[in-house]
Structure formats: structure tokens, C-alpha cells
Ligand binder design. Sequence first.
Ligand code: NAP
Length: 289
Amino acid sequence: MKKIGFIGLGIMGSRMANNLQNNGYDLIVYNRTKEKAKNLLENGAEWAASPKEVGKKADILITMLSTPEIVKEIAIGEQGFLTSLKDNSIWLNCSTVNPSFTKEMDSVSKQFRVRYLDAPVAGTKAPAAKGELLFLVGGDKSSVNEITPLLNIMGKKTLHLGKVGKGASMKMLINQLLGQSMVAFAEAMVMGEAMALEKETLFNVLLNTPVVAPVISNLRDKLEHDNYEANFPLKWIQKDLHLSSISAYENSVATPNLNSTKELFAQAKQQGYGDLDFSAIYKFLNSKK
Ligand code: NAP
């Protein structure tokens, strides 16, 4: 069986790797914070001292890292894995990054004779744990077919959207809508409460109207109980909106709504909300009343 390298064992990566391991895959893993690999190591995964060490032994390498800057550092920095990956191996990048960065990584990978696949995911901590993510994939068909068994373990559905960059493009749109929907709902809630409508009534009525995105219903518990332990950290939606904004600029599209939403999350991050769940934008707006 092929050896799978996994780099980036945060909220999402640790759960995705765990599913691969539970389905019999042999893993070699690296994470900046080794502690987060504890369960995987106890269950037989091999620890690598650096990304480069992962590259030496992996047949397929998966990254689930925070930002384009970190992906680049881990791929082609001093201890990067691209120099050590075997010829013709596959790098499956599941991190949320922008399409132009994705294309850059694709061409760098080609220089190292590595096949790059663009595979961001939709779905958060619970779907990652249950193997129910949606994969948005860009890349050549035969490479996608090769990694489909892995995607089927980590996800419930894969959409092959075309060549490299198409996965990232679709992901930009999904998170743009997610951020905007969250802010629209949070603003309405804060205003409703200011007009002395009961909080419970607001939830009951608004969440049952078609004007609220279905995803918001999953966040009701967090908003009701002031529990903002991160499933999706606020700093990452702000990063994604920033990447979307770069993509809009690169494509000469005006996105005023996206940019005002991005700046609102930036303000919340500056006020110390970055490590809370992104739904804490409601708490942030409430604090401004
Ligand atoms: P996370 O828990 O913060 O994990 C981030 C990962 O990046 C960790 O492995 C972290 O290492 C690593 N990292 C960060 N800074 C680093 C640095 N300077 N050097 C080396 N490694 C570094 O985030 P996550 O929620 O799993 O998200 C991972 C990616 O998936 C992001 O691109 C995010 O936008 C995307 N995503 C997240 C969700 C979600 O709901 N959470 C959903 C879809 C997509 P440490 O463990 O050492 O910090």
C-alpha cells in the first residue's frame, strides 16, 4: 500500500489523517507542534523531523496548512518537501489558498517532477471527523482518479472542477458567501435585539425563513450559549476573504460587499477574536452596540 505523507495536523488535518489511518493507510506525519500528532503516533504513524523527511518517504503527500505563505515555506523552504519527493508523486494541497497561488505551486511542482492537485474542502471540524467533507478538486483526470480512494475516505463527495486552480476558485466563492451570510445574520440579530425582540424568537423566526443561509442553523447553539470554541477560526475566514479579494482584483471584478465583510472580520481579529470561531462576529457586533 502507498505511504501517505500528511503535513498540517490542526483542527482539520488531524481529523482527516485520523480517518486515513483508521482505514488502514500507513502514514508519515509532520506538524510544527508535535503534540498534535500524539494520537496518530500512538496508533502507528511515523513521525518525520521535517517536511523534507516526509517527502523522502511519501508516495502521496497531503498538506492541510493555514495560509499560502506557510504552504510555500513548507513546500520549498529550506526544509521543504518538494526537493525530496519522488518523481511523479502527487502533492494534494487541501489548504485554502487562492487560485493564482495554486497555479504558482503547480508550476513549481512541475519543476520538481511532482504532480500537484488543488483540493480545498468545504465542511468544518465535525464533517472532517466523520469523513464527510466536500472536496473541490482541480487537476488532471488520471491523477484525480489515483487519489479518489483517499478522498472517498476523508469526504462524502468530490467535485472535479477542471484544471488546477478551479478547486481554489470555487472555494473562494463558498467562503465569501459563508462570511457574508454570517455577517448578514449577526447584524440582523443585533438589530432585532436592539428593537427588543426576544433572542429566542429571532432564532426561531429568522432561521426558518428562506432568506437565511442553511449553514447558519448549525451555528445557533454557539450564538445562543456564547460558546465560541473554534470549529472554523475567525482568523481563517478573514484570511480567506482577503484571498478572495486578491482574486477579485486579479480578475478585475468589483466586490464591495466582500471587502466590507473582510474588513469587519479584520477589526474583530484586531480586537482579539482571531482564535474564536468565526461566528463570534455576532459577539463582536454586539460589543459595539
Ligand atoms: P488550524 O487548526 O489553525 O491548523 C493550521 C495548520 O497550519 C496547523 O498544522 C499549524 O501548525 C500549521 N501552521 C500554522 N502556522 C504555521 C507556521 N508558521 N509554521 C508551520 N506550520 C504552521 O487550522 P484548520 O482549521 O485546520 O485549517 C487548516 C486549513 O484548512 C486552512 O487553510 C483553513 O482555511 C482551511 N479550512 C478550515 C476549515 C475549518 O472549518 N476549520 C474548513 C475548511 C478549510 P500548528 O499545529 O503547529 O499550529
